[in-house]
Design a protein around this ligand. Structure first.
Ligand code: KDG
Ligand code: MG
Length: 412
């Protein structure tokens, strides 16, 4: 099974996606997701100029060897662009191996450890009535766990969601396909941490009052807090029994989490912007987190994220793979195969893609009773319709950024 051709496909049905397609001498095709939200074309160039020429003529069965070759031979290691490119190759090779074996990828990873994957969706609203409607609409769609984000009084944007997001109603659920907004400049949003810290516990008190104690609730602080503010928030939210509190502090400073941990037992999830096992070394060893947020797409592919999760398993830390709409259906399928197979699966983030995206990427996963399953087609179970993809050329889009009232740039 020799790699004959490697094509990088950019398409923007509801948002930008970058896909690597490998074709072998025996006519099999494998897909890998290389989408890096807001920096898509950097990965396209990395793949086209520096990776594709190295792949032609290689044995597609040698997944681990190819991974190590791409990682070590570049000399320059880690980083989101490199690791998204390597992830795409790795994922496409798993897809090929599955197709060659006539088995879904999860079977090659050791088989199913469960019957389906618990998934959470994103409920949001400018105020409580809108938030409650959004939670109910998610429940009606079958979601058994829900992330809660709301507007903060005095701030213009709904926190955690782009203010001008293209909302598209699907079965009554509003979807923010784009925190990344189309245009040549990132949108500016406003932020005030003290208002946020005062407001969020009141939201969770109201949600628990309305929806009761059972519903697993999650919240994302999107790197906006200092360690002591994160500790305050975790403590304030303890009565509402969160499934997790995500990205409380900027992830670069891992020691910050020691302080947070000393003050709260609210479970912590971190890592959607991490890209290697080395980013997790300290926070897993010191048990500073409870969930690993990395996506296959941004963490070197199925092979590398499995290593992270196996390491995490030694400390009873579970998976919580990143699954917003900027992970393509190919990246989502990879997450589902990995999640189904590892023992320490925790929860899967699942925001539905738009109708155009679903036409470009034909998928075979199922969503039933709040559980996802990757399906049993050989490989990943996703095929890319090139004609459909060709209808939607790349559109420049950036994630927003924040400024405080005095004009200081703040984490978004
Ligand atoms: O590309 C960035 C988005 O994926 C991010 O804003 C979404 O934080 C996010 C989440 O938890 O899904
Ligand atoms: Mg997040």
């Amino acid at each position: 099974m020799i790699i004959d051709s490697a094509e990088v496909i950019v398409t923007s049905p509801d948002r930008n996606f970058v896909t690597l397609k490998l074709t072998t001498d025996d006519g099999l095709t494998g897909l890998g997701d290389a989408t890096l939200n807001g920096r898509e074309l950097a990965v396209v160039a990395y793949l086209k100029d520096h990776v594709v020429p190295l792949l032609l003529g290689r044995d597609a069965h040698r997944i681990e060897d190819t991974w190590q070759f791409l990682y070590r031979s570049a000399y320059w290691r880690r980083g989101p662009v490199t690791m998204a490119a390597i992830a795409a190759v790795d994922t496409a090779l798993w897809d090929l191996k599955g197709k060659a074996a006539g088995m879904p990828v999860y079977q090659l990873l050791g088989g199913a450890s469960r019957t389906g994957l618990l998934a959470y969706g994103h409920a949001s609203g400018r105020d409580l009535p809108e938030l409650f409607d959004s939670i109910r609409a998610h429940q009606a769609q079958g979601y058994k766990a829900i992330r809660v984000q709301t507007g903060v009084p005095g701030l213009k944007s709904i926190y955690g969601i782009a203010s001008n997001a293209t909302y598209e109603a699907m079965d009554g659920v509003r979807y923010d396909h784009e925190p990344a907004q189309r245009g040549s400049l990132p949108a500016e949003e406003d932020w005030d941490t003290r208002s946020y810290l005062r407001h969020v516990p009141t939201v969770f008190e109201a949600v628990r009052g309305e929806f009761g104690p059972e519903l697993p609730l999650l919240h994302d602080a999107h790197h906006r807090l200092t360690p002591v503010q994160a500790a305050q928030l975790g403590k304030a939210l303890e009565p509402y029994d969160l499934f997790w509190l995500e990205d409380v502090t900027p992830a670069e400073n891992q020691e910050a989490l020691r302080l947070v941990r000393r003050h709260t037992t609210t479970p912590l999830a971190i890592g959607e912007i991490f890209n290697t096992v080395w980013d997790y070394q300290q926070i897993i060893r010191e048990q500073l987190i409870d969930y690993v947020r990395s996506a296959v797409t941004h963490t070197g592919g199925i092979s590398h994220l499995k290593k992270v999760l196996d390491y995490a398993a030694q400390y009873q830390i579970k998976s919580g793979m990143h699954g917003p709409t900027d992970i393509s259906p190919v990246g989502m399928a990879a997450a589902l195969h990995l999640g189904l197979s590892v023992h320490n699966f925790g929860i899967q983030e699942y925001m539905r893609h738009g109708a155009r995206t679903d036409q470009v990427f034909q998928q075979s996963f199922t969503w039933q009773d709040g559980l996802l399953h990757p399906g049993d087609r050989p490989g990943l179970g996703v095929e890319l319709d090139l004609d459909e993809a060709g209808k939607y050329p790349y559109v420049q889009a950036y994630l927003p950024f924040n400024r405080l009232a005095d004009g200081t740039v703040h984490d978004w």
